[in-house]
Design a protein around this ligand. Structure first.
Ligand code: UDP
Ligand code: MG
Length: 311
């Protein structure tokens, strides 16, 4: 039985060696074959240099893929999956927030319980701020309400799964990748285990609020067409409002007989309808844009260098 650990790295020069050491320590003496597939996602620091050193030393089997530029974490794990040859594959971050020992526990669950194909870790307790936490919770509510897939809130990309699942994921060549959604879409029996995210070993997080928001929109647009239907509902709503208001105006005219001063009403209506229309165009634009991106059929990533060994 062989395990491949797929590790996306973006500016993680100080972490990769420590990550490898922690992995070797976690797996020493437990009898598993394993390899580490590092993906350098166009880092601007010395990450690639460090990874080359690890590849040359081969303290444990190491493969390295390096991108021509930064393509994002989703592309990085997709590239790693292409190179991973294990019967089990793990997605794990390079910053040691997710401990390799947990992967050992995940593998154990897969070994002992043939019913499960995926073991996913979810964050037990969040060390993050209330605002971010609130937005994350709202995101899961929105996406689960809108789409056909069901995402477990707090579940991370930190997962270990069987070859069959890896092959299913590789078969999905979509350009805008959202791995939480991909996992939910491919299905398979998933066992969720809690884990405690550690402090980052070195460096800083690559996520900020804007990136997270874009990621959330990618998830919602990628897995649901319900926002498009909103335009239909809004048109119905404004038609009903228009009819009701017309009745009010006619009654006012009949009862009081005076002209209704209309300036403010017209301005408010123009603004309200205009913004509704812009919103709907924006939503349609999101889908058209993604269709455009996908129709160009560009690769998800470009690897400029792949260091691998004979298996
Ligand atoms: N990462 C990547 N490409 C990116 C951003 C991040 O490969 O464009 C990697 C990063 O090196 C790390 C993992 O994705 O191994 C998670 O990133 P980070 O630790 O910044 O996210 P957080 O743990 O704060 O959610
Ligand atoms: Mg991290």
């Amino acid at each position: 039985m062989k395990l491949s650990l797929v590790v996306p790295c973006y500016n993680e020069a100080e972490n990769v060696a420590a990550f490898q050491n922690a992995t070797i320590e976690a797996f020493s003496g437990c009898g598993y074959d394993y390899e580490i597939v590092f993906v350098d996602d166009g880092s601007k620091d010395a990450t690639l240099h460090q990874l080359r050193k690890l590849f040359q030393a081969q303290a444990c089997p190491v493969k390295v893929i390096s991108f021509s530029r930064n393509f994002g974490k989703e592309a990085a794990i997709f590239a790693g999956l292409h190179q991973a040859s294990g019967d089990y594959v793990s997605f794990i971050d390079a910053d040691l927030q997710q401990r390799p020992e947990i992967v050992r526990d995940m593998v154990k669950i897969l070994d002992e319980d043939p019913q499960y194909d995926v073991v996913a870790a979810y964050q037990d307790r969040r060390g993050e701020g209330k605002v971010l936490s609130f937005f994350k919770k709202s995101f899961y509510k929105v996406i689960n309400g809108l789409s056909d897939i069901n995402l477990k809130s707090d579940a991370s990309d930190f997962r270990t799964f069987r070859r069959s699942v890896a092959d299913s994921i590789l078969a999905l060549g979509e350009y805008h990748r959202f791995s939480k959604g991909i996992f939910a879409w491919v299905g398979y029996e998933t066992c969720f285990i809690p884990y405690l995210a550690q402090e980052r070993f070195a460096g800083t997080t690559k996520w900020n609020f804007r990136k997270l928001l874009n990621y959330a929109i990618d998830g919602i647009i990628g897995y649901s067409t319900k926002p498009l239907r909103m335009a239909t509902f809004l048109s119905g709503l404004s038609a009903v409002a228009a009819i009701l208001y017309l009745i009010v105006v006619i009654l006012q005219k009949l009862i009081t007989g005076i002209d209704i001063p209309g300036y403010a009403t017209i301005i408010v209506l123009i603004l309200a309808l205009g913004s509704m229309q812009l919103l709907c165009i924006g939503i349609i634009g999101e889908y058209v844009g993604r269709t455009f991106e996908q129709s160009k059929d560009r690769p998800v990533y470009l690897a400029k260098e792949v260091l691998t060994y004979d298996e």
